[in-house]
Design a protein around this ligand. Structure first.
Ligand SMILES: *Cc1c(COP(=O)(O)O)cnc(C)c1O
Length: 372
């Protein structure tokens, strides 16, 4: 039996007629840019997250960039971010000419931690971007407390956590503003690139909507930075339909995790630990093993997909060498990047699929043991 790393087609299969209908409707109507569905999706998504506003954009990176721009973050400003995240979190900061300040995850739970945030704050610090990595919400209460004390902006990077809860509240509505990627493989994904910003702060909405659309507050009235980061009508229509399925799909992911957790308990593999304060949505299911590279290859030989999120911590990324960090600066993340492996994870994964993955994993651990 082969097990792919993800299976998007299985999700779309159930709702494909509805998706194609919506796309046909838009093609016939021709309202490809900022059509009705964009605003409707924004209303639906804001309601889903429990926020007052949502602004659709063309990618997760754009959502992060525009959110920082809305609060005038730029050259000379420092933004604290976790060292273990996708490069886009840092890219938004460096694109604006601001300086990303990386922090490690001392408890090894993959998320940013308040103790290290406090140590990283300087007089130039303006914002913090907690990332709900792998779909597991960061511990937001202490983060909000620290940032209130220092008057800092909190931008949630919720790109991997659509629908996750922290202490009964959806992510996206906990910080001052939040950015979501809607890339096809995310828990909620368009048929191409897309993203969305959520916030309760009405004061930035006009600016955000203008900046995504050539700086316009009305036709040819360009009062803000004239960018083009619009969400396409086609994507908005697809996303509205998929949003209705999201809670169900996230529940299916949790079921997959229950199987994994049970079968991997008491093995050599270190499984994810989560606090009772959160309900994760398991964008990824990441285990740790010192035999990571061997295991990854072994899984591939047995037709099982896997991936690494991410093979380098941000201070090891080629483009960020000019930030002058060195090896040893982030011991936890540096160890994790050599040990982490993301196992197959998607809503329609069956118990048989999970059993097959774990069977091959135990085969590998026995072989590794016999060899040593
Ligand atoms: C996917 C992702 C992004 C970037 O999203 P794009 O839509 O690809 O620009 C940003 N941050 C995190 C944590 C992500 O996983």
């Amino acid at each position: 039996m082969s097990v792919p790393f993800v299976d998007l087609q299985a999700m779309h299969k159930e709702i494909m007629p509805e998706l194609l209908d919506a796309m046909t409707r838009i093609a016939n109507k021709g309202n490809f840019i900022l059509g009705d569905e964009v605003q409707l999706f924004e209303e639906d998504f804001a309601q889903y997250c429990g926020t007052k506003f949502a602004v659709g954009v063309d990618s997760g990176l754009s959502a992060l960039k525009l959110a920082l721009l809305a609060y005038d973050i730029g050259p000379g400003d420092e933004v604290i971010i976790p060292v273990n995240t996708f490069v886009a979190t840092a890219a938004a900061v460096t694109f604006l000419g601001a300086t990303p300040v990386f922090v490690d995850n001392p408890h090894g739970d993959y998320n940013i931690n308040t103790e290290l945030i406090e140590q990283a704050i300087t007089e130039n610090t303006r914002a913090i971007i907690p990332v709900h990595l792998y779909g597991i919400p960061a511990d937001m209460d202490p983060i909000m407390e620290v940032t209130e004390k220092h008057n800092l902006l909190v931008l949630e990077d919720a790109s991997q956590a659509h629908g996750a809860y922290y202490k009964g509240k959806r992510v996206g509505g906990i910080g001052h503003i939040a950015a979501f990627s809607l890339y096809p493989a995310k828990n909620l994904g368009a048929f191409g690139d897309a993203g969305v910003i959520t916030t309760n702060d009405e004061s930035v909405i006009q600016k955000l909507k203008a900046m995504r659309n050539c700086g316009q507050v009305a036709k040819y009235q360009h009062e803000f930075a004239p960018y083009n980061h619009r969400l396409d009508t086609m994507h908005a229509a697809v996303l509205r339909i998929k949003l209705r399925e999201l809670d169900g799909w996230n529940e299916m992911r949790r079921q997959v995790v229950t199987w994994y957790d049970e079968l991997l308990a008491d093995t050599v593999y270190q499984i994810p630990q989560v606090s009772d304060d959160v309900i994760p949505v398991w964008h990824l299911y990441v285990v740790q093993t010192p035999q990571r590279d061997g295991l990854k290859q072994f899984l591939a030989e047995h037709q099982i997909g896997s991936s690494i999120h991410y093979p380098e911590a941000l201070h090891q990324v080629a483009y960020y060498q000019h930030l002058d960090y060195k090896n040893g600066d982030f011991p936890v993340a540096e160890q994790q990047v050599n040990r982490i492996l993301s196992l197959p994870m998607y809503p329609h994964m069956t118990q048989q699929h999970v059993e097959e993955v774990v069977r091959v994993m135990s085969l590998h651990s026995h072989e590794a043991m016999a060899q040593s």
